[in-house]
Ligand binder design. Structure first.
Ligand SMILES: Cc1cc2nc3c(=O)[nH]c(=O)nc-3n(C[C@H](O)[C@H](O)[C@H](O)COP(=O)(O)OP(=O)(O)OC[C@H]3O[C@@H](n4cnc5c(N)ncnc54)[C@H](O)[C@@H]3O)c2cc1C
Length: 512
């Protein structure tokens, strides 16, 4: 296996074909898909180290959130912690919707479709009949011009959380090939640039020793906030290099606005009926899927709303009729969902945020490990985001009532113009900040994830999403990594630049 901690490597200058910064879902997918010489540099090590996690915190100056929950510095990145819930973005997420600020991706869903197929497979799914079918429209009983909601499905690989969904369990196999190398405990701090080209990536090991990796192509796959941070650091060091994209760099930062509604007022029979309709179900095959609701595109268009989905959580009441864990285990073993006889149903909305320039990541004045400025996350929620959240929860309440699933009384803290912070929880889905756009005046990377105005600097991850839809982002991140791999394979190889201005010690070129 070709994996080494940075401090174990004697050479101060290394050479490779493609350097990928970050060994999370995106970086490891790309490393696996690329032929030729690939070096992945990863700031963390084989296991999550609490000391590194706690020293790497970000400053928060906007709405309350915890951006660091998803900045996991270890091989595997945040997939060492994720839930594994997968769903594609909807077709209309890619479209220009004039009522959603800055909407419209430069690529359509059709262009991503073959890469979604590869992403499902990379994430351990076998595509089965029914998995890709659109949800069923859910019409309320009272007359309505169009159904406001449709059924939505999220997919999990396996009957429970498993080894395959954690990318840290894959690196031994990926780096078994001699042409691929993983250097861990190696934080990328910036790039050596010449004109519009990146010619090398600077890294520091845990002892603070600097090294340089010379490469033909450089891909930043460091997770949303660190993708932005690395580019901001570079912009500070060499302002001319990223001048074409400085207008949007760090801006348009989003996450899914996750809003808690409920509990529902229900009779036990209604509570049980709801669980039979919207729950986590076993199958098809050896997987699981979760059924919930999403706004119907036609309704969202007519009402000028963003995209949004609803899922349910159930808690057993403290009734003496509540089943014990052992009793719950039986239906699970048989591959059936657990239906609690009594308890509480809560609903959660995952709401698309429109792109807002004032919602942004910048460099804070305080310094983190190695004297590197911390990220300052100024997350903003817009009036349209509140309106979409209130609408999807209110329409769900109407639908549940008409289907005989109980009554939802809208909490006083949720209205179309504001939502109290107590009802908002983090989604762990940071998005935007290096958004994809046709033109540098609207974003940071082009349709091929190349930073506008540069020859060979690429970014992949949630940060490149032009808009975020409601979908959990990792499947799309993996699809984008596959698409970038195809693009890099198709590019004519650029020569390595012979001389690199470097502050590192004398070069020792090492060919593999
Ligand atoms: C609790 C939790 C639950 C989640 N559940 C879901 C879910 O159900 N579905 C879903 O779709 N998503 C979920 N997510 C989000 C999912 O984990 C991320 O979308 C995904 O991991 C992002 O992949 P990535 O490769 O872009 O970034 P990451 O997986 O975060 O990987 C980035 C890597 O880059 C490294 N890095 C950062 N900076 C540097 C640097 N300067 N130098 C070198 N290396 C660096 C990091 O150490 C990290 O290993 C969840 C996240 C959390 C925390």
């Amino acid at each position: 296996m070709n994996c080494h901690a940075a401090h174990e490597i004697a050479a101060d200058i290394l050479e490779t074909g493609t350097v990928i910064v970050g060994a999370g879902a995106a970086g490891l997918t790309l490393a696996d898909a690329l032929p030729g010489e690939v070096t992945v540099v990863e700031g963390g090590g084989p296991r999550v180290d609490a000391r590194i996690q706690t020293t790497n915190w970000s400053h928060v100056s906007g709405e309350k959130m915890n951006p660091d929950a998803v900045r996991v510095h270890a091989i595997g990145g945040a997939t060492t912690r994720w839930t594994g819930r997968c769903v594609e973005l909807d077709d209309y997420d890619f479209e220009d919707r004039p009522w959603v600020a800055q909407s419209g991706w430069p690529i359509g869903k059709g262009e991503l479709a073959p890469f979604y197929d590869r992403a499902w497979s990379s994430l351990g799914f076998t595509l089965q009949d029914g998995m890709k079918l659109p949800g069923l429209p859910m019409a309320p009983a009272e007359p309505c011009e169009m159904p406001p909601l449709r059924e939505c499905c999220w997919w999990f690989n396996g009957r429970k959380a498993n080894r395959q969904q954690n990318f840290a369990n894959r690196y031994r196999q990926i780096f078994a090939k001699p042409s691929r190398r993983l250097i861990y405990a190696a934080s990328a701090t910036g790039f050596v640039v010449e004109g519009s080209r990146v010619v090398g990536v600077r890294i520091v090991d845990r002892a603070g020793r600097a090294k340089l990796i010379r490469a033909r192509n450089v891909v930043i796959a460091a997770g949303c906030i660190d993708n932005i941070k690395l580019l901001l650091l570079q912009h500070r060091a060499t302002p001319g290099f990223l001048a074409p994209v400085e207008d949007w760099l760090g801006r348009g930062f989003m996450q899914h606005l996750r809003v808690r509604g409920g509990p529902l007022i229900q009779e036990p029979a209604e509570f049980q009926a709801l669980q039979r309709q919207f729950n986590i179900f076993f199958g098809p095959g050896r997987g699981r899927h979760e059924r919930g609701l999403a706004l119907d595109p036609a309704y969202a268009r007519a009402e000028r709303l963003g995209n949004a989905s609803i899922f349910f959580e159930y808690a057993s009441g403290r009734s003496r009729f509540a089943p014990s864990r052992a009793v719950n285990a039986v239906p699970r073993m048989l591959g059936r969902q657990v239906v609690l006889p009594q308890g509480r149903a809560m609903l959660f909305a995952d709401v698309e945020q429109e792109v807002c320039r004032e919602s942004r990541v910048t460099l804070h004045d305080s310094l983190g490990p190695g004297g590197i400025p911390r990220a300052d996350v100024e997350w903003k929620i817009t009036a349209n985001d509140y309106r979409t959240a209130e609408a999807v929860i209110a329409r769900t309440g109407t639908l549940l009532g008409s289907l005989g699933f109980g009554q939802l009384s809208m909490p006083a803290g949720i209205s179309a113009s504001s939502i109290e912070p107590a009802f908002i929880t983090d989604s762990n889905h940071p998005l935007g900040g290096t958004r994809m756009s046709e033109d540098p005046s609207d974003g940071v990377v082009d349709r091929n994830c190349r930073v506008h105005g540069t020859d060979n600097l690429f970014v992949v991850g949630g940060s490149v999403f032009s808009t975020g839809g409601h979908a959990n982002p990792t499947l799309t991140i993996v699809a984008l990594a596959h698409r970038l791999a195809d693009h890099l394979i198709g590019r004519a190889p650029a020569p390595l630049v012979a001389e690199v201005a470097s502050t590192a010690d004398k070069p020792v070129f090492k060919r593999r």
